[in-house]
Each structure stands twice: as structure tokens, then as C-alpha cells.
Design a protein around this ligand. Sequence first.
Ligand SMILES: Cc1cc2nc3c(=O)[nH]c(=O)nc-3n(C[C@H](O)[C@H](O)[C@H](O)COP(=O)(O)O)c2cc1C
Ligand code: SF4
Length: 422
Amino acid sequence: MSRIIKMLTENADRAYSHVVSEYEKTGGFCALKKAAVSAPEEIIAEIKKAKLLGRGGAAYPAGSKWEHLLHIPETPKYIVCNADEGEPGTFKDRLIMDLLPLKLLEGIIIAGLVFRADSGHIYVRGEYRKLQRRLLLAIENTRAAGYLGKNIAGSGLDFDIHVISGAGAYVCGENSALLNSTEGKVGRPRIKPPHLAEVGLFLHPTLVNNVESFANIPVIINMGGEVYLQAGHPDSGGSKLICLSGHCKNRNVFEIPLGKITLRDAIYDSELGGGIAGNKKLKFFHLGGQSGPIGGIDQLDTVYSYTDLRKAGLSVGSGAIVVMDESVSIIEYLKGVTEFFIHESCGKCIPCREGNRQLLKILNKLSVPGAATADDLAVMRRLIRTMTDASFCGLGQSAAVALNSAWKLFKTEIEANVRREE
Ligand SMILES: Cc1cc2nc3c(=O)[nH]c(=O)nc-3n(C[C@H](O)[C@H](O)[C@H](O)COP(=O)(O)O)c2cc1C
Ligand code: SF4
């Protein structure tokens, strides 16, 4: 049985990806036409039946998010697509924007129809310049075909989509920082509540979803929520794009059915990761990006689903799976993770801005025999707790997740250099 599924990535084709007539030949814009004549509640009911969990990392149920926004009476409403894709080891949204831009646009326009929204905004990672141009071309073609602009698909709604470029800051993927940046302000997170559904872009009700979440909307409408659910896990329907990188043989994006394969399949199956390169052994894998947990060989038989991974102390996150072989020092790896967070911390709050620096100091000591003491380990524990509990946004709250999970798995290696007091 194939471990790969083609629901979202069906008909992914670079040559014609932005040509509306080609997309229509494969059922493109059928879901949009259906949404144009359906009640918003009917569309949301399908998304709820599908149990689509947000694919940006936080796994919030998309149907509940849409339902909440529908019940907010204030207008105008805005639709925002998070295409910042700043999480290291994550490169799946770029595949959608490159090979399936019209499917992404269709999902955003369906949201526009459901909420009778003012406009849509795609916030694209600054480094994805070429993809920004591809999206602009796809938007132009969609407008020319009458699916954007005035009275889209005869629905009476005027709706257009704008592309906004980020400038290379990881924190701008956090949805409130993303809205600040979209408004032309400094890309720093906002305090919540108020939630973005109530006070979002330009202080108006706003829907923010990830690229993969939006691209799944037409798939759900076309298949029906029930069928979509069946294709995945009973708690979270459909498929997930996973990004394999590091020391596995095949480094690429793969679409897999949720709940139907294990981590071992993902890393070792010849259709997927293909095993470890150079006949080396696996040491650990890092899930969901730098902000996700590290797992070890004892967790390989965990089923790849939101529920099963959570129960095992792991998580899907963005879908990244960074595979590391036996040659990698866990301390050196964690130093790299912490350096990333020092670089990306926006500096607004002390636990994150200073905590990451202090963690790196201790990790540096831990890499030199006899330099670190038991007191350093105690400080490290306190720092992890304080950063997790007291950081202002998700960046600082999750900066020590990798360290915390690795410490449980590789306690002996991490503490090997600690000076033993007489
Ligand atoms: C520091 C930080 C960076 C994030 N980066 C991204 C990102 O690049 N792309 C993304 O979709 N979500 C990112 N998120 C999650 C978003 O805040 C938000 O949960 C997501 O866009 C909601 O969409 P979804 O419900 O469809 O997943 C990030 C969160 C944090 C705290
Ligand atoms: S946790 Fe604080 S310092 Fe770190 S990115 Fe968020 S707001 Fe900025």
C-alpha cells in the first residue's frame, strides 16, 4: 500500500499551475461556484465535518475559527493568508504557491464569500520573491476570468486579493505580528485578547489561516467533509504535507494521510524519507520546526497524527521532520536552535530576549569538559520554565521546547561534561 496520498497535490503542475482554463479542466473553481450559491453555514458545516486542523503549527480547528468569525457582526471583515513560512525545515507552503496557486486563491476567495469580506491579503515570506511574482500572475489571471474583482462568480460580492511581502523576520509568522507588519508597523506581536477574529487587520474582524489550510478548503468542498475526514484520522481529517530534511536519503515534501503512517514509515519508507543516508544510524528527529520537540528512536512507532504525536510528547507543528544521524552532537544541535531564537527574538519581552542568551551561555559551558556545574543545570531548568510561562508570544514560549525534550532523551550526553563536586 502506498504511504503517499494525492488529495491536495492532485494535478500539481508547474507549467500550467497559474492558467485558469487548465485548472478548470481538473475541477478548479467548482468549489468556489458552489460556495457562491451556498449559505455560509453550509460551507462551515463541511469544514467542521472534515475536522480540518490549522496547518500553520498551532492545529486550531479551522471550522470553529470560521464559525466564531461568522457570528461577529462588525464589518468590514478581512481574510489573511499566512504565507510567511519562516519555520526552519518547513518548505511546503512554497510548493502550494508554486504548483497550486489557483487552489490557494480558490480557498481564500471561498472565505471571502463566506464572510462577505472586504479583501484578502497574502503575507508572503520576503525570501520568496519568485513566488510572489507567480502569485501576482495567478491573481491577475483569476481576476481576468471573473473569479476576483467585481461581482465574483455572480455572487454580488466585490473581492480582491493583495500580496504583501515580509522582510525576513520569523516572528512575523506569528499572526498578530503578521497583521502589524501588513499594516506597515513594526512586526511585533500584539497582546491577546482581544483576539484577531474581533480586532484584527486595521482593527477589524479578521480570519488568519495558513496556506495549506486555505488550499484544503476547495478539496473539502469538492469531496465533502465526511469523505475528507475518512481519508485521515478520526480527530483530524485529510492529509498533511510533511517536509523531510537533514540526514534522510530523500529530502522533499510528501503528502501523507493523517493517522495512517508512523514516524518510522515517514523516515524509512522508500517512497518517503528512504532511511538514513550513508548507512548511518538515526540519532533523533526534530518535528514541526525549531519550536517543536525532539524525538528519539523509541518513539519511531508513533502514528503520525495530531492526537498520537501529542500523546507521545511530540507534535505535528508545521509538518517539518528534520532527521539527524548518529554523528550529530546533541549539544551542538541545541546551540544552533538557541542561536536561531536569539537572532529571531524581537526583543519586546525579557524572558525571551535574555532567556535565550543565558541558555546559550550554559550550552556553551556544557560543551567544554568540567566547565558547567550542577548550579548551571538548575538555572537552565528555571530559565526553561520562566521562558515557557512568561514570554509574551509563542516564539519565546516555545524556544526551549527542543531543549526540554532533548534533555529527557539525552540526559547522559547533555550532562556528561558537568563538573562533579566532591
Ligand atoms: C513565532 C511564530 C511563528 C509562526 N510562523 C508561522 C508561519 O510561518 N506560518 C504559519 O502559517 N503560521 C505561523 N505561526 C502560527 C500562526 O500564529 C497562526 O497560528 C497560524 O497562521 C494560523 O493559521 P492556521 O490555523 O491555518 O494554522 C507562527 C507562530 C509563532 C508563534
Ligand atoms: S516572546 Fe517576547 S521577545 Fe520573544 S518574539 Fe515574542 S514578544 Fe518578542
